[in-house]
Write a protein that binds this ligand. Structure first.
Ligand SMILES: [Zn+2]
Length: 139
């Protein structure tokens, strides 16, 4: 079952948009900017799921698995949690997961993901802040 939410309108009639469509719209907008050249598959789940490493996704909205050697990866999505997010928070999640794709290669040198989480959160905030910053005037 997919939860539905009203996030777009065409004319005066609200059009229901699936959670998967919300993700795909943001992903297709941001992937060319952030992860061009990466082959990323998406898995959509109606609740917590077992990720590619066998771990339970628990309360994660999304988890990323990457084989950086071949520039390939996958993102698993918990659509029930996606349905509870605002559009701004979903954008934050999409950009955050893309940063995991970019820095995942570092993970093999780490014992846990805590540092990677902080790096990805910081980079996500920087990217989204830069998006809103005024462009410098041409010289
Ligand atoms: Zn993360």
């Amino acid at each position: 079952m997919v939860r539905w939410t009203i996030t777009r309108t065409e004319g005066r009639v609200p059009k229901p948009v699936s959670q998967q469509a919300r993700i795909e719209a943001l992903w297709s907008e941001w992937a060319p900017r952030m992860i061009a050249g990466w082959d990323i598959e998406h898995g959509y789940h109606e609740g917590p799921f077992e990720d590619s490493t066998g771990e339970d996704s628990e309360d994660a909205i999304a988890t990323v698995s990457v084989d950086w050697r071949y520039i390939h990866g996958s993102v698993g999505w918990n659509l029930l949690l996606v349905a509870e997010t605002t559009d701004a928070d979903l954008l934050d999640t999409v950009v955050h997961e893309m940063t995991h794709i970019l820095v995942n290669e570092m993970r093999t040198a780490l014992l846990d993901i805590d540092h990677e989480e902080r790096v990805c959160t910081t980079i996500t905030r920087a990217i989204l802040a830069a998006r809103l910053a005024p462009r410098p005037a041409p010289q």
